[in-house]
Design a binder for this molecule. Structure first.
Ligand code: MG
Length: 380
C-alpha cells in the first residue's frame, strides 16, 4: 500500500499569543511540528510526506526538514488562506500513484504510532477513517445565552487527526467542496458531504490540539535552568547589576551594558527553555546590541517564556565581587529582577559573595554571577 501524509501546519500563532506560527514553538526543546514529522518519517508504511505551511514559514520549515536529514523526501508546500485550501494543495502535491492519505494537524504533537496504525488498518475496508474519542462533557446547543438543546452524550465523539482516506476519495471530496464553496472544520465532513460513510477508530485523549497557551502546560514539566557569566572590571564604565546602577570606581566592560547578573539570569531562563544561550540569541558581534540595556534583552527572553505558556517559579542568584560591598543594594536588585521576571519579590533571592581575595574576583579583575531559575506552567 502506498501511503502519503499531509501535515497541515499553516496556522498562525494568534490564539497562542505567539508572534510566530505555533507549530514552530518549542516543546521540550524542539519545534512542535518536529514531533509529527518524526513519527510519520519513522513509519515504514509511509512513502511520502508533504507539509503545508504559510508562505512566510516555508524557509523555516524547510530548514527544520534539512536539519532532520529528510531533505528530498519531505516536500514543503505553501498553504492557502484557510486550512481546507491548504490541505487540498497538500493533496495535489502527493505523488499520483498514492493510494492512501493520512491528513494530520501539525498542532497535535502527541500522536502515537499505534493510533496511526489502527487507522491504516481500518481504511482498507472503509476508505474513510477518523480518529476520535468519546466526549466527556455534556454538550448543549446554546443561542443568545439560552440552552436550546442538550445533545445525547453517548453518541458524541470529538474528532482528532489523523484522518485517513483513499487518495482518490479524499481528492474528489476536497475538489467537490472547493467547487461548491462548502467549508467544513475537518476532512471527514467533506467525505460525508459526498454521501460516503466515515468509520471511527478510537484515538487517545492525550492527542490534544495545541491551540491556546493553556494547552501547553499540560505537557510541560517544570524545568530548571542555570546561568553563569563573568565581565572584566575597568575604569570609566558604569557598574550595573540586575538593572540597578551601583556607585563604584570601576564598572564592567562589555558589548552591551555588561550587566553580568542579568546575563546569568537570561542564560538560566534560556537553559530552562532548552533554547541555547544569550550568545546565540544576542550575538555580541551584532551592532544593534551595542550599549543596549540588558534589561531590554531580558524582557525579550521573558517574551519567549510567555509564548510557551510558562512563568518563572523562583530565581536564586549570586554575585561574586570583592568590591564594592553589595549588601546595601541587594533589595533594589531583588525588586528590579522580580519586576522583570514577573514574580513577587519573595520569589527572588539575591546573594553576594567575595572570594576571600582569591582568584580574578579577589584581585578585583572582574565580577562573576550565577543564577538558577525554575520555569513552570503558567497558573494565571
Ligand atoms: Mg555577559
Amino acid at each position: 500500500m502506498k501511503v502519503g501524509v499531509v501535515i497541515a501546519a499553516a496556522g498562525s500563532g494568534v490564539r497562542m499569543g505567539a508572534e510566530c506560527n505555533k507549530v514552530l514553538l518549542s516543546l521540550h526543546g524542539k519545534p512542535m511540528l518536529q514531533y509529527s514529522i518524526e513519527l510519520f518519517a519513522g513509519l515504514e508504511e509511509v512513502s511520502s510526506l508533504v507539509i503545508v505551511t504559510r508562505d512566510v514559514d516555508c524557509d523555516l520549515v524547510q530548514g527544520l526538514v534539512e536539519q532532520m536529514g529528510l531533505n528530498g523526501w519531505v516536500q514543503v508546500v505553501p498553504g492557502g488562506a484557510v486550512r481546507q485550501e491548504s490541505v487540498l494543495r497538500g493533496l495535489r502535491a502527493l505523488p499520483a500513484d498514492t493510494e492512501w492519505v493520512i491528513i494530520h494537524d501539525g498542532a497535535r504533537p502527541f500522536i502515537t504510532a499505534p493510533v496511526v496504525r489502527r487507522g491504516l488498518e481500518a481504511v482498507r475496508e472503509h476508505r474513510a477513517v477518523g480518529v476520535a474519542v468519546p466526549v466527556k462533557d455534556t454538550v448543549k446547543r446554546v443561542q443568545d445565552s439560552l440552552v436550546v438543546d442538550t445533545l445525547p452524550r453517548a453518541e458524541l465523539w470529538a474528532m482528532q487527526t489523523p484522518q485517513i482516506f483513499s487518495y482518490e476519495l479524499i481528492l474528489k471530496a476536497h475538489e467537490q467542496a472547493s467547487a461548491q464553496g462548502l467549508v467544513a472544520t475537518d476532512d471527514c465532513a467533506l467525505v460525508e458531504a459526498l454521501g460516503h460513510p466515515v468509520h471511527i477508530v478510537p484515538g487517545e485523549y492525550s492527542n490534544i490540539k495545541i491551540t491556546t497557551p493553556e494547552d501547553l502546560p499540560r505537557s510541560d514539566e517544570p524545568a530548571v535552568g542555570f546561568g553563569y557569566d563573568v565581565h572584566r572590571l575597568v575604569a570609566d564604565r558604569p557598574l550595573i547589576l540586575g538593572g540597578v546602577e551601583i556607585p563604584s570606581e570601576q564598572g564592567l566592560l562589555g558589548h552591551s551594558d555588561a550587566d553580568v547578573l542579568t546575563h546569568a539570569v537570561m542564560d538560566a531562563l534560556l537553559g530552562a527553555l532548552g533554547a541555547g544561550d544569550i550568545g546565540e540569541h544576542f550575538p555580541d558581534t551584532d551592532p544593534q546590541y551595542a550599549g543596549i540595556s540588558s534589561m531590554v534583552l531580558l524582557s525579550r527572553v521573558m517574551a519567549l517564556v510567555q509564548a510557551r505558556g510558562l512563568e518563572v517559579g523562583n530565581a536564586d542568584v549570586v554575585v561574586l565581587a570583592q568590591r564594592p560591598k553589595l549588601s546595601p543594594w541587594k533589595a533594589a536588585i531583588r525588586a528590579s529582577l522580580a519586576q522583570a521576571l514577573g514574580v513577587a519579590e519573595t520569589r527572588v533571592n539575591v546573594k553576594a559573595s567575595t572570594c576571600e581575595g582569591l582568584g580574578f574576583v579577589g584581585r578585583e579583575e572582574g565580577i562573576a554571577a550565577q543564577a538558577a531559575v525554575l520555569l513552570r506552567a503558567r497558573r494565571s
